[in-house]
Design a protein around this ligand. Sequence first.
Ligand SMILES: NC(=O)c1ccc[n+]([C@@H]2O[C@H](COP(=O)([O-])OP(=O)(O)OC[C@H]3O[C@@H](n4cnc5c(N)ncnc54)[C@H](O)[C@@H]3O)[C@@H](O)[C@H]2O)c1
Length: 260
Amino acid sequence: MTSADDFHGAGVLVTGAAKGIGAATAALFAEHGARVYPTDVDSVTGVASAAEYGAADRFRVLDVRDEDAWEAVVADMAADGASLQVLVNSAGAAIKAPLAETTLDGFRRMLELNLVGTFLGVRAAARHMRPGGAVVNISSLRGVLATAELGAYGASKFGVRALTRVAAIELADKGIRVNDVCPGSIDTEITAVPDFASDDMDSYVRSIPMQRRGSPTEVAEVIRFLADPRSSYITGVDLLVDGGTGAGVRTPKKNAESLT
Ligand SMILES: NC(=O)c1ccc[n+]([C@@H]2O[C@H](COP(=O)([O-])OP(=O)(O)OC[C@H]3O[C@@H](n4cnc5c(N)ncnc54)[C@H](O)[C@@H]3O)[C@@H](O)[C@H]2O)c1
């Protein structure tokens, strides 16, 4: 077994795998020899992206809010000869609004997708994953640092961290590890939503200690690390992938030169 083959044949289910962090994660696991099952609600983009790493035939439609669909996908994997060894819960979306302007429907949609969707995935793992398996949830730096105008999103992502810890404790004696990553600002479509992107991206980037945004692959590499059996004594942690933003406050410098 080579390091490029260290997930050889492992059944890896990734949600939200059509784009962004989920797509980069699915591709990275495939590169490491895994038998990846990319899932998403967007089958057109999902199949096209899966084709790039040879998994188009294993793409499955999975709306993470649908509990029956979870059972069906896991059963389908088993029928296909793959057991669930790694689960990455990446499906998610964001809305940005002050609490006073957040609609009840919008708040519920955030919880339903980001938190209930992750809960159903964690529960599927609790029911079907074998010892030695690993779950990696995607919270957010906004699930660590309360952020104005991200009340609904932040509540869902703080919730993901709570769920991660409870699952880690409950599943430890089954030999299943559960961790989460908390990305800072990563260059994907989620942050391109006009009302989500920072009004002043340049000054925002200057506030990041590393003075740049992260890439989906940089997050995928950390997800792979947490899922790797060699991380065998890590469970119940939040790993920030944020260029140092969560470490503390950086005074923005006007016209500072980029470090990259
Ligand atoms: N990009 C960032 O800066 C950032 C920062 C912190 C956390 N995150 C989190 O990372 C995760 C991935 O985000 P991304 O940046 O890759 O976003 P993205 O918009 O690029 O990808 C999200 C994917 O989720 C899918 N999706 C949406 N609703 C779904 C549903 N009901 N069921 C299944 N799939 C669904 C979309 O079709 C899309 O493919 C999200 O949970 C997000 O909150 C992103």
